[in-house]
Design a protein around this ligand. Sequence first.
Ligand code: CDP
Length: 240
Amino acid sequence: MSRPSTVPTGAGPAGPQIVTIDGPAGSGKSTTAAVVAERLGLRHLDSGALYRALTLALVRNRIPSERWPHLDRGELAALDLRLDPTRGGFEVLLDGAFPGAELRSPGVTEKVSVLARVPEARARLLELQRSAPTYGGVVADGRDMGTVVFPEAPLKVFLTATLRTRARRRLRQDGKEEVPLAVSEESARIHERDSRDEERAVAPLLRPPGALVIDTTELTFEEQVERIVRAAAKALGSAR
Ligand code: CDP
């Protein structure tokens, strides 16, 4: 009997309906995860948006980044951050409202990996992330989805691409020209953030054991989506 090409939302009786996609900045995780989730009929969980929202909350509250490593559980819990399920994913709400474009502002992007090194901040977000599958199956993207947040996921994907490819994609995504100087500057910014994510002591970016590793440098977007959807249909099908 042939397998169905889509997987229904919700935890199956024999296992969780979870696909994780981890990888460095600009590897295309979020865009890929959103389309994969749609094709599989699951919700997309963009964990980076949570890290960005928590960063924005601290900036709005004028808490200087030198203090972030010393914030305690109570102070972090007092920040009003919620995850609301929508049809295709989740909306991150800060003080009851969606922060929109502010989440991807240069100020937040520059500071977010500083926050991501703080164990108490990660603990605060872990709970929120783990609550996501209670609403149904998810495709979760980030840095530690397969290693820390959902190690039990039946399919774990690790996306990579060369630094220059990732820099060019990021410029295109931001509507900027891909001239050589801009590519070099963006490469340097991404490299700096990658190093912080890879070298931090807590939940560093690494390939989860047993992950399907996909180098997307030479792949079209459709090809990378197809590979994951095919692998997911197999892995989630057998987990049900
Ligand atoms: O889209 P991009 O790769 O630029 O970043 P993002 O997914 O929006 O995540 C922003 C930052 O949050 C990353 O550089 C990490 O420092 C942090 N992050 C993390 O530590 N763990 C995650 N699961 C997701 C994001």
